[in-house]
Design a protein around this ligand. Structure first.
Ligand SMILES: [Fe+2]
Length: 326
């Protein structure tokens, strides 16, 4: 049995169009509540990230990294973190699970073997992230450099998916994301929704889209478990390097390259330029400073957020139930 249900059309259009699939892993024992708790506990602690966010899914920048400890430094184990997600406003991100857990690595390998067999793509830099997130949590409008498949295991999330073309972001903005600059802010305009594919992603469904298509996500009123599987095809990697090179040309030489009008004849030169620059300099030094933790959790009061001194708390609007976050 295949993991994904394909048709000849979806096999042909994979990586080129927005595609909704059904899959067969939502009931896998790998993702039962107890299995997830055990996974968190045996997982490299540094690769588990916890975030909280503001209450307006259209406002950028309201996103804090937290600690997986109480204020006194007590570690929250897998069960306590799961309780915090259930009762709070949190986004738990287990990064690169396929590099850390043999059972998930096996699943990830099977997925990409199937994708390669069905679509003929060669998949590189495969990365399976596990997202465990609170009722009504969200991720604001953004785009990712790799290709993405979003697999829904539990709960329902509304996915807003936008075209990957000019009008939804500028050349400078997408270059900033490729270069990992500080200004990777992608401004959102509610008018964008007129051209969005909006879908309630349910357990057993998987959504994938063309490279760089912007998107935003709003959870339903229940805990969500999803797999965010990233990968590169040779074509996607080439495209990412062109964007990187364009970003360097703009920032180092004051040029004004355009992705849409990128002369094909110059592309190999740009690839060499991007690779050489990364090799020689260790990569473009933007101004991005890593997020520093802004809150702790309270194992006695699951979901309660203890903001650090000087951090502005996110305040729920009057219409939302009290007690979701303190
Ligand atoms: Fe994303």
């Amino acid at each position: 049995m295949t993991l994904i249900n394909w048709t000849p059309e979806t096999q042909r259009a994979f990586t080129r169009e927005n595609l909704l699939f059904t899959h067969n892993i939502a009931d896998s024992d790998l993702f039962s509540e107890e299995a997830l708790i055990a996974l968190i506990d045996r997982y490299p602690r540094d690769s588990v990230e916890v975030f909280t966010m503001g209450y307006d899914p259209t406002v950028f920048g309201e996103w804090y990294l937290g600690r997986k400890t109480a204020k006194d430094g007590t570690e929250l184990d897998g069960r306590a973190l799961m309780e915090a997600v259930k009762h709070g406003r949190l986004w738990l991100n287990l990064r690169r699970v396929n590099h850390a857990d043999p059972a998930v690595a096996d699943l990830c390998d099977r997925i990409f073997a199937e994708v390669a067999e069905k679509t003929g793509t060669h998949n590189l830099k495969t990365d399976l992230g596990l997202l465990i997130s609170s009722p009504n949590a969200h991720v604001v409008y953004h785009l990712d450099m790799p290709m993405v498949m979003l697999w829904q295991v539990r709960g329902v999330k509304k996915v807003y998916l936008y075209p990957a073309d000019a009008g939804f972001f500028t050349d400078r903005q997408i270059e900033g994301i490729a270069l990992r600059e500080s200004d990777e802010n992608l401004p959102y305009d509610p008018a964008f929704d007129d051209r969005a594919m909006i879908h309630d992603l349910k357990p057993g469904e998987m959504l994938t889209w063309p490279q760089n298509a912007p998107h935003r996500i709003v959870n339903g009123d229940m805990v969500n478990v999803s797999l965010s599987i990233e990968f590169m095809t040779p074509r996607a990697l080439w495209h990412a390097n062109i964007i990187y090179a364009n970003g360097l040309l703009r920032r180092l030489f004051g040029l004004n390259p355009s992705l849409a009008r990128s002369p094909k004849i110059l592309e190999p030169l740009k690839i060499v330029f991007a690779r050489a620059y990364k090799l020689m300099s260790g990569g473009f030094k933007g101004h991005k400073s890593p997020l520093t933790p802004a809150f702790s959790l309270d194992p006695q009061r699951p979901g309660t957020i203890i903001y650090d001194d000087g951090v502005t708390p996110f305040v729920p609007p009057a219409s939302q139930k009290p007690g979701k976050a303190a």
